[in-house]
Design a protein around this ligand. Sequence first.
Ligand code: FAD
Length: 435
Amino acid sequence: MRTTKDNLWLDTPYTPGPSCWGDHEVDVAILGAGYTGLAAAYFIKKRFPDRRVVVLESQYVGFGSSGRNSGGVSGMLGHNYRNLKQKHGTEKSAQLQGLMDESFEIVEGLIGEHQIACDYERTGRMVVAETDRQKRLLEEEVKAAQEIGGAAIWLDKTEAHDRFGAVDVKAAVRYPNEGISDPVKFLRGMRRVVELLGVEVYEYSHCTHIDAGRTVKLYTPGGIVRADNIVVATHAYPNPLKLFHYSVLPFYVYNIATEPLSPSQLDALHLPGRENTFTAKNLYWAVRPTADNRLVFIECDALYFYDIGRDYGHWPPAYRRHQALLTEKLPFLRDVRVTHAWGGRIGLTLDFLPSVGCTGKEKNIYYGMGYNGQGLACGQLAGKIIAALMAGEESELTTNMLVNRSLLGIPSALLTYAGSQTYKLYFRWCDKRLD
Ligand SMILES: Cc1cc2nc3c(=O)[nH]c(=O)nc-3n(C[C@H](O)[C@H](O)[C@H](O)COP(=O)(O)OP(=O)(O)OC[C@H]3O[C@@H](n4cnc5c(N)ncnc54)[C@H](O)[C@@H]3O)c2cc1C
């Protein structure tokens, strides 16, 4: 049976809070206790200390992707500047990058101000080239970074090797303004922070149905919550309003984690800067150390399943592939024990950009989603934007291009499935050319 013990970050003692029972009248009800839900709770309560804010979570804090990811704190969209610039042009990319820089600052600000003990380290992120073609791609990447004002440092073969000795890398790019964390410690820390501000977090309180209107009614198995405003922070999980049902696509990604490495294994890995380290492919593999020197290894060969209502967060074939790839790339870890294996959903949008906004006839339904695998920082930014929208603020936060934009989608399960498989084949083909 799957338990929280399968997931490295959740494999720690935790006592859930109360569930939602009876009738409640509140100012704001938030669906989902992941990054977005708790960030929205934080920023709303900061702006409106007197308003009653409740969070309803189906399971427990961190049940969703926020408790299942790799803990990389990245202020970047689309994993690299080259993609960003190719898709959105120089000017738009520079604006987007400005927003993402802010999202990164928000995360570091929250951790610092509230002393959130989440093993955060500003290690930077590194993308390494395993082949000459990948190296050429990284050269373009540094050029794109310069054009759109992103921070990226070129490392030639010797410099790259000094920073990551385990693989025969041809070159690398280092993004200094990124870090690694324990995502669940961060999330539980945020829970403590919002509760201290007076937010009520209800766990095991699945919202089964929503009646929209001037007062929105949210039904849970134990009661009804009547709210003036709601925030849908369910991301790649289906929400009762079917908001962005086939526009934010639940792709599944999996992680494995090893036992703590021995000093000789750490020597062989040779990652002195402890960077979150990726390869320069669309369907990359990546590795990051943890505070106790385990490795979390991910192969981003994201899977899309036809039935988006079902949960495929546990997928043993993916774990087996991960372990085979880990020992292929880092053969000195052949005998290392894999202690944890788990997976979760990333919410992909067709243009790889998030969407944050307010909708509904009464303009009282707020949302933030579609982070394309970069939700730790994006979720905080979304929370801040939602609070600013609720306050009716006119600023860069509320008028930027991520706000209230329409999301493309195909309202057909079959076509979405076919489209997603084609996309994957295309990425595979591009990656083959890089090998
Ligand atoms: C394997 C993996 C690795 C990743 N690595 C990174 C990384 O290194 N860095 C990074 O920034 N991002 C990463 N991501 C992406 C990141 O985890 C997500 O973008 C982010 O967690 C989304 O946060 P969220 O709060 O919007 O959604 P979620 O964390 O998914 O939260 C949604 C919550 O809503 C709840 N919910 C759903 N329906 C209801 C309902 N009807 N009633 C009440 N509650 C409901 C769910 O139970 C869930 O807890 C990764 C994701 C995966 C899967």
